[in-house]
Design a protein around this ligand. Structure first.
Ligand SMILES: NC(=O)c1ccc[n+]([C@@H]2O[C@H](COP(=O)([O-])OP(=O)(O)OC[C@H]3O[C@@H](n4cnc5c(N)ncnc54)[C@H](O)[C@@H]3O)[C@@H](O)[C@H]2O)c1
Length: 355
């Protein structure tokens, strides 16, 4: 029976991955780790709580994490844990540096001290920075060019993963960069669940600035399948040429090549709820330093590992909207626990303290 240690397991993607994993491998032993930061919600694991071991722990604490590794001896590790909200990172960058950079290194160090079969570090498209209007997409060979506190902290973690991959190749560290995810269990501070939960409470959907910021969208279930594929892939030895060519490192970019503006996402959600988009969307002041465009090319994971996304975007959005409609008690409890989740940048500035 394989032992999986999954961090960030009470967050959006981590919880979806734990559900996916237990569907794939009925007898997997899953150790779910989360320090229950702002986005953490143990209720995301309610349906599987009897089948997992939950550990409340901080991945940036080496002593605590090494003890967990020694207790459970994981075969496979997936590190989803991160502080993930760009708006919140502007108000308080330090927590992001701790989880996303130091936490990434501590997790790799634990996998070095207590060896595992493979270790996937989950990173993001955002480490590549903003895609120029005329450029087609980023690839694994693109330079890291993060410019927000969230993405810069993730990029710092990325650099450390690259250093571990090259220095300790026997460790089987892999890394993924994924497009924006949508699906169930996402905290309603992110665009899609914020839009649905606002409308269901009779409020308009706030869209930052002109809403023409363009994002690359992927269903969370496709992301989970891709991470699982990377975790179990037989990759062979990394060639020496990887020293100067990051495209040869065990790094995989994940996307459905689905580029949509934030304004169009808001329109889709409102329309899906049977309302008139022009009446239910309001443009509000943009957050500072908002990246305009992302898109990555998943050709490497498609050709080398045979992964392809299976979720159609329109159907996936419709299912996602329906999930939030049907799980009203889940998000009402989240809002009751955490307070209102939208940001109004005309009221808060970059120097403000986090709420
Ligand atoms: N959401 C997206 O669209 C997206 C896209 C690409 C990559 N990612 C990456 O995927 C991962 C998961 O993202 P998400 O959207 O599920 O985020 P999330 O904020 O919903 O969940 C992250 C979880 O990690 C936990 N966490 C944070 N710091 C921790 C620490 N130091 N120790 C233990 N737990 C900690 C939080 O409590 C939370 O439960 C992140 O690494 C993120 O960078 C997200």
């Amino acid at each position: 029976m394989a032992v999986y240690l999954v961090t960030g397991a009470a967050g959006f993607i981590g919880a979806n991955y734990v559900h996916f994993l237990l569907e794939q491998e009925k007898d997997a032993q899953v150790v779910a780790v989360d320090y229950i930061g702002f986005a953490g919600n143990v209720a995301n694991l309610d349906q599987v709580i009897d089948r997992i071991t939950f550990e409340k722990a901080d991945i940036a604490d080496l002593e605590v994490m090494e003890a967990l590794y020694r207790r459970y001896r994981p075969d496979y590790v997936v590190n989803f844990a991160a502080e993930s909200h760009n708006d919140r990172a502007i108000l308080g960058p330090s927590a992001f540096m701790r989880s996303n950079a130091l936490g990434a290194q501590v997790m790799a160090e634990c996998s070095r001290l207590v060896p595992v079969r493979s270790h996937v570090h989950v990173s993001t498209i955002e480490v590549y920075g903003e895609l120029a209007a005329g450029d087609q997409w980023f690839t694994e060979r693109s330079a890291l060019n993060a410019k927000t506190p969230y993405s810069a902290a993730k990029a710092a973690g990325d650099q450390m993963m690259r250093a571990y991959m090259q220095t300790y190749p026997e460790m089987n560290i892999r890394m993924t960069h994924c497009a924006n995810n949508y699906g169930p269990f996402q905290l309603p501070e992110k665009l899609i669940p914020l839009a649905v939960t606002n409308v269901l409470r009779g409020r308009k959907v706030p869209v930052y600035g002109d809403g023409l910021q363009s994002r690359d969208w992927l269903h969370v279930a496709d992301h989970c399948a891709a991470v699982h594929r990377v975790l179990h892939a037989e990759l062979g030895t990394t060639p020496a040429a990887a020293a100067t060519d990051p495209g040869l490192l065990p790094i995989f970019d994940i996307s459905a090549r689905c580029e949509v503006t934030n304004l169009d996402i808001a329109r889709l959600v409102v329309t899906e709820l049977g309302l008139n988009a022009s009446e239910w969307i309001e443009h509000i002041p943009d957050r500072p330093n908002h990246d305009r465009r992302y898109l990555i090319n998943p050709a490497k994971i498609e050709s080398q590992l045979g992964w392809v996304p299976v979720h159609n975007f329109a159907a996936g959005i419709a299912e996602t909207v329906a999930w939030y409609v049907e799980h009203r008690s889940w998000w009402e409890q989240v809002i009751a626990d955490k307070g209102e989740l939208g940001f109004d940048w005309s009221q808060v500035g970059p120097a403000a303290t986090p709420r």
